[in-house]
Design a protein around this ligand. Structure first.
Ligand SMILES: NC(=O)c1ccc[n+]([C@@H]2O[C@H](COP(=O)([O-])OP(=O)(O)OC[C@H]3O[C@@H](n4cnc5c(N)ncnc54)[C@H](OP(=O)(O)O)[C@@H]3O)[C@@H](O)[C@H]2O)c1
Length: 272
């Protein structure tokens, strides 16, 4: 599903991230892997981490195959102490963190009335709390002391609600608000905080939905196709670059126009 992105295929200037260090959570698969390859191809040293060792190992391998200096370690963003330890490992190795891409996340489809409190909390912990723990660890460990840094939060297209996935809709809306809050609180500290909200993207993360659901999403998208991980990576790379230093607190949508038009959620006629 994914393909390598190198500096030669990138729309950005070669060496744009030379000398910089970027952490990409969930950087071993899908969108995260595309971002890691693109930032690394542009000169950054890349740290990735996620729960499953095989994802981390495969991600590090693909980075090294592309000639990128890479570090990978187990990371569960729901564990605040592990986030701190992970950042300490990156700092011990490279001494700085310039970019944090909070890409790790996951959810499962379920109508709200079939969702258990436990299922709801699991997604909130992963997609909202975990993102905050990682952000705090990087900000306190590296960016606030250095008075510089750029954070990009991966959210989702939740502006019109997120029927079928109330848990992640609530979590991502929370992250969007967090993005604004931290952009203000850390503006004077040289830290820029933005978010990228993808629509439906063909990636490892959308395999679980099956072709029928993906076709529904495609037909509800004005551009009549799904996005690619490389297209999302370009938006994230723009937001992560120092050339973007006057943008903060913003959420950039990349969804082929899906948030403006079309619906995949069938609404029944009201019952008498
Ligand atoms: N694809 C889309 O259409 C789409 C649309 C909107 C938003 N998004 C979001 O974009 C991000 C990337 O999605 P994707 O499509 O590339 O799916 P993916 O391949 O499933 O990527 C999710 C990544 O996050 C990691 N992860 C999940 N929970 C984690 C945790 N607690 N701690 C650390 N790492 C964790 C996973 O690795 P492990 O399993 O090894 O932990 C995986 O590498 C996700 O947050 C996703 O929800 C995707």
């Amino acid at each position: 599903m994914t393909s390598a992105v190198s500096a030669t295929t990138s729309i950005f200037a070669p060496g744009l991230f030379a000398g910089q260090v970027a952490i990409v959570t969930g950087g071993g698969t899908g969108i995260g892997r595309a971002v890691a390859l693109e930032l690394g191809g542009l000169g950054a040293k890349i740290a990735i981490g996620s729960r499953r060792p095989e994802n981390v190992a495969a991600g590090v391998q693909s980075l090294q195959d592309a000639g990128i200096e890479a570090f990978g370690a187990p990371l569960d963003v729901r564990d605040a102490e592990r986030c701190e330890a992970y950042v300490a490992e990156v700092l011990a190795r490279w001494g700085r963190v310039d970019v944090l891409v909070n890409n790790a996340g996951g959810q499962f489809p379920s109508p709200a009335q079939h969702l258990s409190p436990r299922g709801f909390e699991a997604v909130i912990r992963n997609n909202l709390c975990g993102l905050f723990y990682m952000t705090l660890a990087v900000a306190k460990g590296a960016m606030l002391p250095a008075r510089r840094g750029r954070i990009v939060n991966v959210t989702a297209d939740v502006a019109r609600g997120f029927p079928g996935m109330v848990h992640t809709g609530a979590a991502r809306a929370g992250v969007e608000n967090m993005t604004k809050t931290l952009a203000i609180e850390w503006a004077s500290q040289g830290i820029r905080v933005n978010a990228c909200a993808p629509g439906t993207i063909r990636s490892s993360g959308t395999l679980q939905y099956g072709e029928e659901t993906l076709e529904l999403a495609r037909s509800a998208t004005p551009l009549k196709r799904l996005g690619s991980v490389e297209e999302v990576s370009r938006v994230i790379t723009f937001l992560a670059s120092a050339q973007n230093d006057y943008v903060t607190g913003a959420t950039y949508t990349i969804d082929g126009g899906a948030s403006l038009w079309g619906d995949v959620w069938p609404i029944e006629e009201p019952r008498p």
